[in-house]
Design a protein around this ligand. Sequence first.
Ligand code: SF4
Ligand code: SF4
Length: 327
Amino acid sequence: MTKPKVAFYWCASCGGCEEAVVDLAEDLLEVVDAVDIVFWPVALDFKRKDVENMKDKELTVSFINGAVRTEEQEEMVKLLREKSGLVIAFGSCAHIGGIPGLANFSDRDGIFERVYKTTESTNNPKSILPKVKTQIAEGELTLPLFFDTVKTLDQVVEIDYYIPGCAPPKDLIMDAVTAILKGKLPEKGSVLAPKKALCDECDRNDSKPEKLEIAEFKRVHEIEIDPEKCFLAQGIICMGISTRAGCGQRCINANMSCRGCFGPLDEVKDHGLRTMAGIASIFALENEEKISEEELQKLMDNLVDPAGLFYMYSLPSSILRGKRMEK
Ligand code: SF4
Ligand code: SF4
């Protein structure tokens, strides 16, 4: 019997999602037994031309992790889309932009300026910047174009399903693989994870305050965190209120508040805005009578890097998609 053909590919990512596949451990053997992996550049020696030579939709499924940062990534994603029956956005960066998406607070010029000129460790006296084409004695060298912004996968091609997480946990990956192999997938476009918020399954939920009465926001390194108590009750921002469940409370169990890598629930268009609105609503209700505008401003000033905090994983998928640059 012919086995389903599967591809794995990475775009702008840290490699953690590739690790997540390797971390399937003995389950990986089951997967390898059930499918033919015909493209996985990080692990096996396949080339782009191998994919180009395939028939359209020859691949049963492509799992693509990472956001789209360069022209080469965009080309590969489009090629894999053409050759695949299903394309799965695998992990936070592919799904909502992820940590690489924080680069959308700047643009190409800003990033190149910082990286190739002004970092403390840079030694580049001629201020040489990467170029798409460079002429040398031996011929022409080329590099893929570095885009001004980072895009999510679904801003480039149509996506069939999303597996969230930084990186996706083993049980979600295996559930998705099983559903694909058995042809028991939910509605196209679904996020293959629970449809409830992390708070709903958090072990600290009993101590979650209905109303926030705090004098100042704290960062995790500034206090001794009570490992039993809800982070919000301790003045630490926790995005579990607006973040999809399914991660197994990995951060919470490590005594770290949720930063939102699983993305928002289905109906939410902007994860950062929803979190801010959620926190503002529980905060304002209790305090509006007692707190002066000045005190409120002081409290807000004490919230370090709110844009980076609330959009840590989701900036490219937000309504603004990033900072509006002047040019
Ligand atoms: S806010 Fe965070 S710590 Fe509190 S219940 Fe929700 S997920 Fe748990
Ligand atoms: S707690 Fe939040 S940031 Fe951590 S793994 Fe879960 S969803 Fe991601």
